[in-house]
Design a protein around this ligand. Sequence first.
Ligand code: FES
Length: 105
Amino acid sequence: PKIIYIEQNGERHEIDAKVGNTVMEGAIKNNVPGIDADCGGACACATCHVYVAEEWFEKVGNPSVMEESMLDFAQDVRPTSRLSCQIRITDALDGLTVELPESQH
Ligand code: FES
């Protein structure tokens, strides 16, 4: 499935992701900038923050309680904010578009 990451300056990164990987891993493996993922995907750092595109938010689903409390530590949180290490890629998410925040800190 394709995953599209858009930086705040409008730069677009389209990658071919593996089913079962997370949106965070897809970015790291393909050198997409803007996701730090300090904790390596343990839902413990909030530096893998992304904004899920409006039209995808429902498909992706809501954050878990644990993710939601971690999101409090992210910068500039919006209603469509998610931690990308908690979004698992499936074929249904082909074309998923996420926006990268200005900064993770
Ligand atoms: Fe640390 Fe996602 S990588 S919360």
